[in-house]
Design a protein around this ligand. Structure first.
Ligand SMILES: Nc1ncnc2c1ncn2[C@@H]1O[C@H](COP(=O)(O)OP(=O)(O)OP(=O)(O)O)[C@@H](O)[C@H]1O
Ligand SMILES: [Mg+2]
Length: 334
């Protein structure tokens, strides 16, 4: 990946609110990040931190109401995806941007065989005949490492294991040669070994096909060896962003440092949790006027209760949203 290359996807100031009875949930607050061509970006954060809502917002996949994408720009192919017409968005989604979501709305349909489900985007987006689509569907199953592809195309989703179903969903997402693949990992359904296999497969495909990948997970350990760069989310915000090695070597945000202590070590096939982060995730009832992590933070100061820190550049393409400077061990002079 050439340094300074134009991003393939550029998200600025994204803000998404859900209107609920009696109020609002501020699920995504001023989220900005970019994705370089061919890059594998890991997005990490605990449950409810806004990972899925961020990705669904930028793909226009959230029903409105209750969702309201209130601000921001999402530049892809020279256009703002938040402003394009419905037809352009439909063509982009599932075409130039493939996605695999944990959401049931986008998962496999139990009443159609897998072959038909892989052929559908090929016919819809690529204008293939039934015969062409059948040939390509078989190639795609082979590409994602499903043996006996010819036979498997006739099988229904319930005849596949969880890991194999995930591969089928990746095959569908890859069908139209996307420039970008967004994968929201269904961590609950898959054990760590299978997750690791799927991620290995993604890395291999990313390198072979030259596409950029956004990989969403709870688990920093899962992205450690494979992502080029990592974005850490907490309470609907990006709290830290850095190239993977830099993040592990030099974690800046107290949340990231706490998260690193929870990275499980897999020994003898057993997963071992080292530590848990004490306290509760924030309630996202209003636009944040304080640091969302302050109640769980071991270096919080007065300022954190009435100011939400911006993301400070700490060098090496690394930034963190914290008033405490982990490099000096003192409050930031800003
Ligand atoms: N339809 C909805 N109505 C109201 N609030 C919602 C809705 N969907 C999501 N939220 C809220 O938005 C916030 C972010 O949710 P999101 O699904 O993005 O989290 P996540 O980081 O993907 O979590 P997980 O790791 O569990 O998938 C949460 O507080 C969630 O409760
Ligand atoms: Mg999610």
């Amino acid at each position: 990946m050439p340094d300074g290359a134009q991003p393939v996807l550029d998200v600025r100031g994204l803000k998404t609110v859900f209107k609920i009875r009696g109020g609002e949930v501020h699920a995504v607050n001023d989220v900005s990040f970019d994705l370089k061509p061919g890059e594998l970006l890991g997005v990490v954060g605990e449950s409810g931190s806004g990972k899925s809502v961020t990705m669904m917002s930028l793909l226009g996949l959230l029903p409105s109401p209750p969702a309201d994408v209130r601000g921001g720009t999402v530049t892809f192919d020279g256009q703002d995806l938040l402003k394009v017409d419905a037809e352009t968005l439909r063509k982009t989604r599932g075409g130039k941007i493939g996605f695999v979501f944990q959401d049931p709305m986008t998962s496999l349909n139990p009443v159609y065989n897998v072959g038909m489900q892989i052929m559908e985007p090929l016919r819809k987006h690529m204008g293939m005949t039934k015969k062409q689509a059948a040939v390509r569907a078989k190639e795609l199953l082979e590409l994602v490492g499903i043996p006996d592809a010819d036979q498997r195309l006739k099988d229904y989703p319930h005849q596949f294991s969880g890991g194999m179903r995930q591969r089928v969903m990746i095959a569908i997402a890859l069908a139209c040669d996307p420039k970008v693949l967004v994968a929201d990992e269904p961590t609950t359904a898959l054990d760590v070994t299978i997750q690791a296999q799927i991620l290995e497969l993604m890395k291999e495909l990313q390198e072979r096909l030259g596409m950029a990948v956004i990989w969403i997970t709870h688990d920093l350990g899962v992205v450690a060896g494979i992502a080029d760069r990592v974005v850490v989310m907490y309470g609907g915000q990006i709290v830290e962003q850095a190239p993977t090695r830099e993040l592990f070597k030099n974690p800046q945000h107290p949340y990231t440092r706490a998260l690193l202590k929870t990275v499980p070590r897999v020994s003898g096939g057993r997963e071992e949790r080292l530590e848990i982060i004490e306290g509760q995730p924030p309630i996202l009832g209003a636009s944040p006027t304080a640091c969302p992590f302050r109640d769980r933070c071991d270096v919080a100061m007065d300022r954190c209760a009435h100011e939400n820190p911006q993301r400070y550049d700490v060098g090496n393409n690394h930034d963190a949203a914290c008033f405490y400077d982990a490099r000096t061990g003192a409050p930031r002079d800003v």
